[in-house]
Design a protein around this ligand. Structure first.
Ligand code: NCD
Length: 293
């Protein structure tokens, strides 16, 4: 079994992962030794701090060894195709392979060739299922349940695999999702609502990074303009429900899509909680996919 997308998960699997993730989050010694002697290959073809380190940390807590492919020093630089890399790594017999890649569908392609469970740690603008699961866990810990809650997901929706996976997952858990962003950063054909309207009365506001590396054309915004027009400032957050919480998958562009005063808002910014829950959810995912000794 692989974890390639939110759609590939049944409601029971989602519930199981969230429950197990909550257990791992509550007790950092839970799961110790469960995957002893297993190896997890971490292959990140795009930059990552949170996702890469939390997969490694998750593997370590379960007693498995995470082995990192140094893409910069790998044979990609010699022109090897992703398919050949997948077959090559698979031939070494890892117990799971975690892949981040700039191409949509890359994890699926590798899953057909590697001969081991493959986990999608972000493929292009397509999906980032473990991020959505950790976001859901964070919101459920805070609210108890997502039933009837309104979550505004705001920013560069067009390029965000995080937005896509969350838009697929959160409604299945009972939440209403409102997507909003600058017109140029909304997907083609998306129904657009104004950012202030999306945030109004929301229980949670999830901000998205402006992903300039994926843009074909420069945004052309003057310094400070993005924050003023589209970013989460204290004033804009005041439109949300009283005590609404703030999320961001990271990395943050402080002063662009999010102001310091929102990012660091004591008791209401859940951003570091998201990071901690990333380890717990990835432990649950590895436990589900990796054959136990
Ligand atoms: C996100 C990603 O890589 O999709 N980061 C993450 O995994 N937490 C979001 C982003 O890069 O903006």
């Amino acid at each position: 079994m692989h974890l390639l997308s939110i759609q590939s998960l049944s409601d029971e699997q989602i519930a199981g992962l969230l429950e197990r993730g909550a257990e791992f989050a509550a007790d950092r010694r839970a799961g110790a030794g469960r995957l002893a002697d297993r190896t997890v290959f971490n292959c990140f073809y795009e930059n990552s701090t949170r996702t890469a380190m939390s997969f490694a940390q998750a593997a370590a807590r379960l007693g498995a060894q995470a082995i990192t492919l140094s893409v910069e020093h790998s044979s990609v630089k010699k022109g090897e195709t992703l398919a050949d890399t997948a077959r090559t790594l698979g031939a070494m017999g890892p117990d799971a392979l975690v892949l981040r890649h700039r191409d949509n569908g890359a994890a699926e392609q590798v899953s057909l060739l590697a001969g081991c469970p493959v986990i999608n740690a972000g493929d292009g603008t397509n999906e980032h299922p473990t991020q959505a699961l950790l976001d859901a866990l964070t919101l459920i810990q805070h609210f108890g349940s997502l039933e009837g809650r309104t979550i505004a997901i705001v920013g560069d929706v067009r390029h965000s695999r995080v937005a896509r996976s969350n838009a697929l997952l959160l409604p299945r858990l009972g939440a209403r999702v409102r997507l909003a962003g600058p017109p140029a950063l909304m997907p083609d054909g998306a129904e657009t609502i104004a950012i202030d309207e999306a945030i109004a009365g929301a229980d949670a506001v999830m901000m998205l990074r402006v992903q300039r590396e994926r843009m074909e054309r420069e945004l052309g915004d003057a310094p400070g303009e993005y924050l003023r027009l589209y970013g989460l400032t204290r004033e804009r957050l005041a439109l949300a429900a009283p005590d609404a919480v703030v999320l961001h998958p990271g990395p943050m562009n402080r002063g662009v899509e999010i102001a310091d005063e929102a990012a660091d808002l004591a008791g209401r910014s859940l951003i570091l909680r998201q990071v901690a829950n990333g380890v717990a959810i990835r432990m649950a995912v590895l436990e589900m996919l990796v054959r136990q000794p």
